[in-house]
Design a protein around this ligand. Structure first.
Ligand code: ADP
Length: 485
C-alpha cells in the first residue's frame, strides 16, 4: 500500500525464513483489509506447517552463534534497531493506521513505545548478571548463571502490531535467543516492516524469522511440537491462551501469556475530578479502547458520580471519529465487523438490563468499521459488559458507596490485568492498590505501559511479565552450578 510517506523499502509480502523473504510454494495469500474503508490494502504470503518448520530450522541453525555473540554486540544491534525504527516513525505509523485503523496520533505513540523495547533491552543485554552464594552448610558455593532458553515462538495480536512484536523480540534477542514471530493475520504489514528494519540494522540471518498463517492453529502446533523450540510467548485472548498452554504442555515449553483484561477504573469522591477525567480519557480512549489494559468498568463514588459522568460525556463526545490516516482523527476504526457487532451486543445487553445511554451507543453505518465514543451510565450488575472486554470506545459507569464495595466489585472477575484508582489520599489509594487482584495498577494516572516496568496479569489474564528486567528473565534459564570451593 502507499502511505504518502517515502518508503525506505517496499514492505515485504513474503515470509522471512533465515536470510530471505520467500514466497511459499502453494502461493496462498492472506488479504489485508483497511478497517477504515473495508477495502483490501494488499495481500501477504500465507504460511503452512512446512513453512513453520522451515522457520524453526532457520532459528535453530542461528541459535548457537547468536547465543555466543558478545552481549555488547547484541546490545549494539538492538540499539541500532531502536534508531532505525525511530527514523521511520512516521512511515510505520502510517502503516499501522492503514492496517489497524487507529488514529495516527495513537500510531505514532505506538511506534515510540515499540522502539523503546529495543532501547531498554539493548541496555539490559549487558546486565544479565548471575549470582554467587555460600551454601548454608558452608560446604560449597552456589553459582547461578542465566542462559538463553532457546528458540522462541512469539505470537502477537492486531491491536498493537508494532509494540507487541518488539516487546517479545527485544528481550528474546537480548537474552541470546533466536525467534519466530507469528503476527496477527489482520495486521502483518507492520511486523513485516519492523522485521525488515531489523534485518537492515544488522540482525543476523535466522535470528528473527516471521511467518503468517490464515490458519494459525496447525502451524503453531507443529512449531510447538518441535523439540528444538523451548519458549512460547503469546499475547491475545484468554481463549486462545488456554489452547496454546495445552499445546505447550506436550513438549513442556516455557510459556508467557498476556491475555485478556477487564480493568476497573475506581474514582473515590476525594479525587481531583479534572485529573480523573484526563486519566479516564487515556485509560479508555488510547487506541480507541482496543487495549487489554483499557478501562472497561468505571466505578465512581456516589458523591462525585454525576459530575464525573457529565464531564466524561462532554470529553468523549468532543472526539473526532474517522479514518486513522486523517490528521484530525482522534478515534479511529475498530479492527473488523465482528468487533463492532460485539460492541453493539454488549451495549444492547447493558441497556436491556437498565443502563442509560448517555453518549453514542450504536455502530456507525457505512463501509468502515466505526463505533462512536459512548458512555453508559447506571450499568447494572449482571450486564455482560462488566464481565467481557468491550475492546472499543464504550465506557460503562456505575456508582459505589464505600471503598470496600469498590474493591469487591473490581475483583469480581476472572481477569486481573490492569486497574486504575483516583484519590487525593495516597495512603487510601495504596491500600486499594494492594487489594485489587491485578498485575498492574495506576494511581492517579491513566497509563501503565512502560518498557521499564513489568507488564502482566494475575488470574486468567496471564503468566509471566514483559518489559523491565523481569521480561528478560522469561527468555533465560537459571543454570545452577554447585562448586566445591
Ligand atoms: P483476538 O481475539 O485479539 O484476535 P486471538 O487470541 O484470536 O486474539 O489472536 C491473537 C493471536 O493468536 C493472533 O496472532 C492469532 O493468529 C493467533 N491465534 C489464534 N488462534 C490460534 C491458535 N489456535 N494457535 C496459535 N495461534 C493462534
Amino acid at each position: 500500500p502507499t502511505t504518502g510517506i517515502p518508503a525506505p523499502f517496499p514492505i515485504p509480502t513474503g515470509l522471512l525464513i533465515g536470510d530471505a523473504w520467500i514466497d511459499p510454494a502453494g502461493g496462498k495469500r492472506i488479504e489485508i483489509i483497511n478497517p477504515s474503508t473495508g477495502d483490501m490494502l494488499t495481500s501477504v504470503a500465507d504460511g503452512g506447517v512446512g513453512d513453520g518448520i522451515a522457520a524453526v530450522d532457520a532459528a535453530a541453525a542461528a541459535a548457537a552463534d547468536w547465543a555466543a555473540t558478545a552481549p555488547r554486540k547484541r546490545a549494539d544491534i538492538l540499539m541500532a534497531c531502536f534508531h532505525a525504527m525511530m527514523a521511520q516513525q512516521e512511515w510505520l505509523a502510517q502503516i499501522i493506521s492503514l492496517e489497524n485503523g487507529k488514529a495516527l496520533g495513537d500510531a505514532r505513540g505506538e511506534v515510540a513505545y515499540a522502539a523503546e523495547f529495543f532501547r531498554w533491552y539493548a541496555e539490559e543485554a549487558v546486565r544479565i548478571n548471575g549470582e554467587v552464594a555460600i551454601a548454608p552448610s558452608g560446604a560449597n558455593r552456589i553459582l547461578v548463571q542465566y542462559q538463553p532458553i532457546g528458540v522462541a515462538l512469539l505470537i502477537t495480536p492486531w491491536n498493537f502490531p508494532a509494540a507487541m512484536a518488539t516487546r517479545k523480540i527485544a528481550p528474546a534477542l537480548a537474552a541470546g535467543c533466536t525467534c519466530i514471530l507469528k503476527p496477527a493475520e489482520e495486521t502483518p504489514l507492520t511486523a513485516m516492516a519492523v522485521a525488515e528494519i531489523m534485518r537492515r540494522a544488522g540482525v543476523p540471518a535466522g535470528v528473527v524469522n516471521l511467518i503468517n498463517a490464515s490458519d494459525p492453529g496447525p502451524v503453531c502446533s507443529a512449531i510447538l511440537h518441535d523439540p528444538r523450540v523451548r519458549k512460547l510467548s503469546f499475547t491475545g485472548s484468554t481463549e486462545v491462551g488456554r489452547i496454546l498452554l495445552r499445546e505447550a504442555a506436550d513438549t513442556v515449553i516455557s510459556s508467557s501469556m498476556e491475555l485478556g483484561g477487564n480493568a476497573p477504573f475506581i474514582v473515590l469522591d476525594d479525587a481531583d475530578l479534572d485529573a480523573a477525567i484526563d486519566g479516564a480519557m487515556v485509560a479508555k480512549m488510547r487506541n480507541a479502547g482496543e487495549a487489554c489494559t483499557a478501562a472497561n468498568r468505571f466505578y465512581v463514588q456516589r458523591g462525585i458520580h454525576d459530575r464525573f459522568v457529565e464531564r466524561l460525556v462532554e470529553r468523549m463526545g468532543a472526539l473526532a471519529v474517522g479514518p486513522g490516516i486523517d490528521a484530525a482523527t482522534q478515534c479511529g476504526a475498530m479492527i473488523n465487523r465482528q468487533s463492532i457487532e460485539k460492541i453493539d451486543r454488549l451495549v444492547a445487553d447493558a441497556v436491556q438490563r437498565g443502563a442509560q445511554i448517555r453518549l453514542g451507543g450504536r455502530a456507525l453505518a457505512g463501509a468502515g468499521f466505526f463505533y462512536p465514543p459512548s458512555v453508559l451510565a447506571n450499568v447494572r450488575q449482571g450486564s455482560a459488559i462488566l464481565d467481557e472486554e468491550v475492546f472499543g470506545p464504550v465506557a460503562a459507569v456505575l456508582p459505589f458507596d464505600d471503598a470496600e464495595e469498590a474493591i469487591r466489585l473490581a475483583n469480581a472477575t476472572e481477569y486481573g490485568l490492569a486497574a486504575y484508582v483516583y484519590s487525593a489520599d495516597l495512603k487510601r489509594a495504596l491500600n486499594i492498590a494492594e487489594r485489587i487482584e491485578c498485575g498492574m495498577i495506576a494511581i492517579n494516572r491513566g497509563l501503565v505501559s512502560d518498557a521499564a516496568a513489568p507488564f502482566g496479569g494475575v488470574k486468567q489474564s496471564g503468566l509471566g511479565r514483559e518489559g523491565a528486567h523481569h521480561g528478560l528473565l522469561e527468555y533465560c534459564e537459571a543454570k545452577y552450578i554447585a562448586v566445591d570451593w
